[in-house]
Design a protein around this ligand. Structure first.
Ligand SMILES: N[C@@H](CCC(=O)N[C@@H](CS)C(=O)NCC(=O)O)C(=O)O
Length: 258
């Protein structure tokens, strides 16, 4: 794991920065963000930006196998990004957290932002957050894998995951026809979804034509400055990753228990 080599655009992710309302937390110690620019990584970076929390980015180059480094596994035993370490955790002691959904909930509880306390409102957020964690994310990930990275074209696998993503987008579109955001007000559920919907759109899905309410939501969410800053963190090494490189493929694909 290396410290972020960020371009000017990514100044947002340095410890010195105390954006917006975070100025009232002048003495807050920065949160360590273990990160790679992917839809799951963006959930954590967007939330940190939305909450105005100071943080330091530690890129974990998953194309080189840095997710298997013992010091990272001690924080994230599932060898996946994102993970965070909050030096100012419960009781004033450090806490490490892996799994993007757990990170969103923790930061929401810590700051009181984007994760309502009132039980009915919180249940609504949890429903859509877990819907993303168990549905949209994994299915879009598999669709992406079989469409872009599989060494052979397997029509059944492509159709199965593409159809499932299509079904999920339809569910989201129906929900967003009657609600401005997934759980009513903007919340960690929207933060969890935006990166994945963006990836699906970039994969060629015509959102505007088929899912107009979803498209309206996507445009609104991604126009938020904090979302743009969270997605915009530039990690130089990530721009050079070649997914056709056999060494990269050997790290990322075909993982088995170690
Ligand atoms: N359920 C996990 C999934 C995280 C995940 O899949 N992260 C990917 C990047 S998007 C990763 O770290 N991959 C490393 C690998 O495949 O070894 C979460 O939401 O945090």
């Amino acid at each position: 794991m290396k410290r972020a080599r960020t371009k000017p655009k990514a100044k947002a992710a340095t410890a010195k920065r105390l954006p917006g309302k975070a100025r009232t937390r002048r003495h807050a110690k920065p949160i360590d963000l273990y990160y790679w620019p992917t839809p799951n990584g963006w959930k954590a970076s967007i939330m940190l930006e939305e909450c105005g929390l100071p943080y330091v980015v530690h890129p974990v180059d998953i194309s080189k196998g840095e997710q298997f480094a013992p010091q990272f596994l001690a924080i994230s035993p599932n060898n996946r990004i994102p993970a965070i370490v909050d030096p100012d955790g419960p009781g004033g002691r450090p806490i490490s957290i892996f799994e993007s959904g757990a990170i969103l909930q923790y930061l929401g509880r810590k700051t009181g932002k984007f994760y309502p306390r009132e039980e009915r409102a919180r249940v609504a957020v949890d429903e859509w957050l877990f819907w993303q964690m168990g549905g949209l994310g994994p299915m879009a990930g598999q669709a992406n894998h079989f469409r872009r990275y599989a060494p052979e074209v397997i029509p059944y696998a492509i159709a199965r995951y593409t159809d499932e993503v299509h079904r999920l987008l339809g569910v989201m579109n129906t929900r967003l026809a009657e609600h401005a955001f997934l759980a009513g007000r903007y919340s960690i559920a929207d933060i969890a979804c935006v990166g994945w919907v963006r990836v699906v759109e970039r994969g060629g899905q015509d959102l505007g034509g088929e899912f107009p309410h979803l498209k309206r939501w996507l445009d609104e969410v991604r126009a938020r400055p904090a979302v743009q800053r969270g997605i915009g963190i530039r990690v130089e090494a990530a721009t050079a990753v070649d997914m056709k490189d056999p060494k990269v493929r050997a790290v990322l694909f075909g993982q088995r228990a170690r």
